[in-house]
Design a protein around this ligand. Sequence first.
Ligand SMILES: Cc1ncc(COP(=O)(O)O)c(C=O)c1O
Length: 413
Amino acid sequence: MRETSNVELTIDGIAISDVIRLHPTSFYIYSAKKIRENFAKLKSSLEGFEIFYSFKANPNLTICKLLLDLGAGADVSSGGELEAAFRVGFKPRDIAFVGPGKTEQELKLAVRENIFAIVVESPYELELLDGIARKEGKSVGALLRINTLEEPISPEMMVGGPSKFGIDEEGVVDEIRSLRLSNVRIEGIHVYSASQVLDANFIANHFDYVARLALKLADEIGFDLRCVDFGGGFGIPYGDERPLDLTPIRDAAFGARSLLLAKHEGCRMIVEVGRYIVAEAGIFVTKVLRVKTSRGKCFVITDSGMNHFSRPVLMRVAHPIKILNKINQPATKLCNVAGPICTPIDVSGKDVLLPEPEPGDIVGIFNAGAYGYSMSLVNFMSLGWPAEIMIDDGKVEVIRKSHPAAYLFKDQT
Ligand SMILES: Cc1ncc(COP(=O)(O)O)c(C=O)c1O
C-alpha cells in the first residue's frame, strides 16, 4: 500500500500532500488495493469457507460494497447495520445477524427480510424469535451461539468464562431440548471466541473444536446441520508483534471442513472478519497545531485526537504514528502526540519517536481502518465530523463528507 517517496508518504502512488491540498484534516484515508489484498489472502487460506465482512469494524458503505463485489457476505450486529447491508446490496441469504441484545424490532426486521442466519444468544431469544416468526407466519432458521469451554488466551476473549455472549456449552443440550419451538428450526452453531488473536494455533484449534462441537450438538439436540459459523478473531500487529501465520489455520480449516462435509453435505461454513481485512488499509490523518515542551516533555498537539479516533485511548492500543511529510527523516525526538480535547487522556501516542515536529506537519496514525470512525466519540467538544477518503486505482474519492460543528446542531431545538 505505502511506497514512500523521499520526503512524504504516498499511498498507492498518490502523494499525501496532493490529498491534503484538496481535503482539510482530519480524515481517514483507505487503500482499496490493501483491502482487496487482505481479502484475497484470507480467501485463499480458507477454501470452501464463506467470508462474512463484520460491518462493526468499518461500516462505510463504499467499503462494504467493495467487499460485496469481492464475494463477501455481511456480518451485522444491529438493525442499523442490517439496513446498511440491504442498502449496499447484500442478499438476505448472505447475511448473518449476531449480537447479545437484539431488540424485538430488529428480530422482526430480520424475520421479514428472510435473512439467512439469525444467531440466537440465549434460550429466551430463541423463544422470542419463535413467537415473532409465528406472528409473521414464517418458518425461520437460527444458529445457536455457544459460549464454549475453550481456554481463554486474550483479554478480548468472549468464551470460556461467564459471558453475556451465547449459551454455555455445558448446558445447551438440556436448555434447548426443553423448549417447544414451532416456527424456528435450529440449523447450526456460531462460536466467536476472541478478537485480535495473533496466535495461529489458537485459531487452528478453534476450527477443530467448533467443527466437532457442531457435529455433537446436531446429534444430541437433534437438528439438521446446515451451517457452522466459526467466528474469527484474526488479529493484526499494531506494534512489533509477528503477523498472524495463516498456514496452520489453512490446514485446520481444511480439516474442519472435511469433518463436517463427511456427515453433512452442503453445510455452509462461515467466518466473520472485520479487522484483518480493513485495519491495515486505513490511516487517520491530522495536522500539527502546536509543538510545546512541558517540564522536559515534548507535546505534539494535533487538530483532532480522541474525538475522531478514539481507539488508542479507549482500547489502550499503541498504533504506529508517523509524520507523513517527513517520512524518511530519522525519528529522533521522543514526543507525546495529543489531540485538542480538554482531558489529559486525549493522547493518541505516548513516547513516540518522531522526526523533529513542527506546526503544519501532517501526522498519520496507522492501522486505523478498523474500529476507527465506527468506535469514535465524534461529537465530543463539537469539532465536527471527519471525512473518509478512498484511494482506488489512482483515484482519490471522498466516501464520506466531513461535517462542520454546525451540522451537529441542526436537529437541536
Ligand atoms: C461476534 C463477532 N463477530 C465478528 C467480530 C469482528 O471481529 P474482527 O473485526 O476483530 O475481525 C466481532 C468483534 O467484536 C464479534 O464480536
